[in-house]
Design a protein around this ligand. Structure first.
Ligand code: 5AD
Ligand code: SF4
Length: 440
């Protein structure tokens, strides 16, 4: 038996990267690696990267720069770059940082063990293919170890929508949905290992249509109903959704499926029809608001979350005001806003960019509105009774922290609760980023 080698993975970007990092660690487990918490003790460092905005991508090069010293001190140290920067920049990474040994794009993770073996022999290896084979099928199964009460599970990957600002269709490729039986068995396995809440992931998760148990294509709603049959699975969430794919059956599931949590991340990006058109979003402000109406009719207490881009090319002050008005109209319990970032190869990168100072001012204004709104919705939870799935001990002794049905962090005083316990809690206080409550 070969000696154990140490693997350090640093994950950037979205939840799908978090999921991918877990799967990569498992795959490299077969090559004799165990995961460690710091770069200094590692024999191999893997950066799982994000390319969504320029800042995210540039971070990787500064991180690699900082690793120079580690590599000088330990020449056998292997350094790998995975994820969306790997996909987008490929061999360019090795040109800019020759100490990088391995570059692997998201569609080639199942080939990582072979790549690692080659890197171990001193080869430089690069794989940014979009292979035909099913990577999930070929990725080594998750080991049977115990794990925490929440987990991500990728059910769909890639995007066919081509929003004018976005790199995802290029880094993650075309939309692919995993077959239902594979997802169910992965879910069962996670539940056996202690998971009580699953978040189904996809760049366009509500466009999911995978091979169903009856040989026909199943939409996301059908997959959710099937997962809800797993007894010890208590909660189901999914993210990220596109407004155009909020089908009636999915909205109905939000109304009737008790395990499907009342939270929906439904990015709109802008409240201006003119900008939505230039973004190639293929929906309008009004069609988005109508979808929200239908969802709220089915599930009145649903908490909505969104993403917004400010400073998109040609965005006028009037367009920006339209976005602020839309936020006021919807009332988001959670929202993320970003200054537009030019991404090479995307259609919007070719257009006249707006002044950065103006974009920054808009970002400050939108974030102030979002923060006010989030806080008001959070404060309105005081006095309400919610379900909380407890995850870990809080910062204070005798405290436990978990997430409410609406995904608010909630802490309570308790010496008896354990991770994985699901309890009814009365909310008694609202703080900057969390609620406090008492177990009923
Ligand atoms: N610039 C700024 N924000 C972007 N996003 C995607 N591409 C860009 C870009 N080029 C934001 C969108 C998306 C979220 C994941 O990131 O709001 O929903
Ligand atoms: Fe970033 Fe998108 Fe890649 Fe996730 S899929 S890591 S958000 S570029």
């Amino acid at each position: 038996m070969a000696e154990t080698k140490k693997l350090f993975i640093k994950t950037y970007g979205c939840q799908m990267n978090v999921y991918d990092s877990e799967r990569m660690a498992e795959a490299l487990g077969g090559n004799g690696y165990e995961q460690v918490g710091t770069a200094a003790e590692a024999d191999m460092i893997l950066l799982n990267t994000c390319h969504i905005r320029e800042k995210a991508a540039e971070k990787i090069y500064s991180e690699l720069g900082r690793m120079r010293e580690l590599k000088d001190a330990k020449p056998d140290l292997k350094i790998g770059v995975a994820g969306c920067v790997a996909q987008a920049e490929g061999a360019e990474i090795m040109r800019r940082q020759p100490m990088v040994d391995l570059v692997v794009g998201p569609q080639s993770y199942h080939r990582l063990p072979q790549m690692e073996a080659k890197a171990g022999h001193g080869e430089k290896v690069l794989d940014t293919d979009f292979p035909e084979e099913d990577k999930f099928e070929l990725l080594k199964a998750r080991p049977k170890s115990k794990r925490g009460p929440t987990a991500f599970l990728t059910v769909q990957e890639g995007c066919d929508k081509f929003c004018a600002f976005c790199v995802v269709p290029y880094t993650r490729g075309a939309e692919v949905s995993r077959p239902v039986d594979r997802i169910i068995s992965e879910a069962r396995d996670l539940v056996e290992r202690g998971v009580r809440e699953l978040t189904l992931l996809g760049q366009n998760v509500n466009a999911y249509h995978g091979l169903g148990l009856d040989g026909h294509d199943w939409p996301l709603a059908r997959l959710i109903w099937e997962l809800a049959e797993i007894d010890d699975l208590k909660r189901i969430r999914f993210t990220t959704s596109h407004p155009n794919d909020m089908s009636d059956d999915l909205i109905d599931a939000h109304g009737r499926c008790e395990k499907l949590m009342p939270y929906l991340h439904l990015p709109v990006q802008s409240g201006s029809d003119r900008i939505l058109k230039r973004m190639n979003r293929s929906h309008t402000r009004d069609s988005y608001l109508r979808v929200i109406d239908r969802i709220r009719t089915a599930r009145p207490d649903i908490l909505l979350s969104g993403d917004f881009i400010v400073g998109f090319p040609e965005e006028t002050d009037a367009d920006f005001r339209d976005t602020l008005r839309l936020i006021e109209e919807v009332g988001y319990g959670q929202a993320y806003s970003f200054k537009y970032s030019t991404r090479p190869g995307t259609p919007a990168a070719e257009r006249g960019q707006i002044d950065d100072t103006i974009a920054t001012e808009r970002l400050v204004e939108i974030q102030a509105l979002i923060t006010r709104q989030q806080r008001a919705i959070q404060d309105a939870m005081i006095g309400k009774e919610v379900g909380v799935l407890f995850e870990k001990a809080g910062r204070m002794p005798g405290q436990m922290v978990g997430k409410s049905d609406h995904l608010h962090a909630v802490h309570v005083d308790s010496d008896t609760l354990k991770p994985g316990d699901l309890r009814r809690v009365r909310i008694i206080g609202s703080n900057t980023n969390s609620l406090s409550g008492v177990v009923l």
